[in-house]
Design a protein around this ligand. Structure first.
Ligand code: HEM
Length: 100
């Protein structure tokens, strides 16, 4: 068989499956938390009929926080790929990182 091994840890060329999974699960959770955000006035957001939506929203948000802490811990154990970005992609990456 001619398949490349799937590395759970990052290598010099690319991030490993653990970092990639944390990244995409976090992104999905943020979008879901946003979608379940109990918008509107305070009265409407804290209405008993919206308790379930608010609970889902808070759980998603707390999960993002926990995953972020896991990501920080994993980053300390994992190796970091060497970035070869140039041109507009490098500029975009810097701007987005700065905004974050
Ligand atoms: C990635 C994380 C999160 C995102 C993207 C997010 C997003 C939002 C959005 C879009 C709203 C509606 C705001 C409005 O229209 O006024 C909202 C409201 C709210 N969120 Fe979050 N949220 C996050 C995490 C959390 C967490 C961790 C908690 C609490 C444990 C929380 C509790 C609330 C509450 C209680 C409201 C109701 C409105 C208020 O009190 O201002 N959120 N959130």
């Amino acid at each position: 068989m001619n398949s490349s091994p799937v590395a759970s840890a990052s290598g010099p060329e690319r991030y490993g499956t653990v970092t990639q999974s944390i990244h995409w699960v976090t992104a999905l959770l943020v979008v879901a938390a946003f979608a379940y955000g109990p918008g509107g006035s305070e009265r409407s957001a804290y209405r008993p009929s919206r308790d379930a939506q608010r609970l889902i929203h808070e759980t998603l948000g707390m999960s993002v926080l926990i995953l972020t802490l896991v990501r920080f811990a994993w980053t300390r154990l994992d190796t970091q790929p060497i970035h070869h970005l140039t041109g507009p992609l490098a500029t975009t990456a810097k701007v987005v990182q700065w905004l974050l």
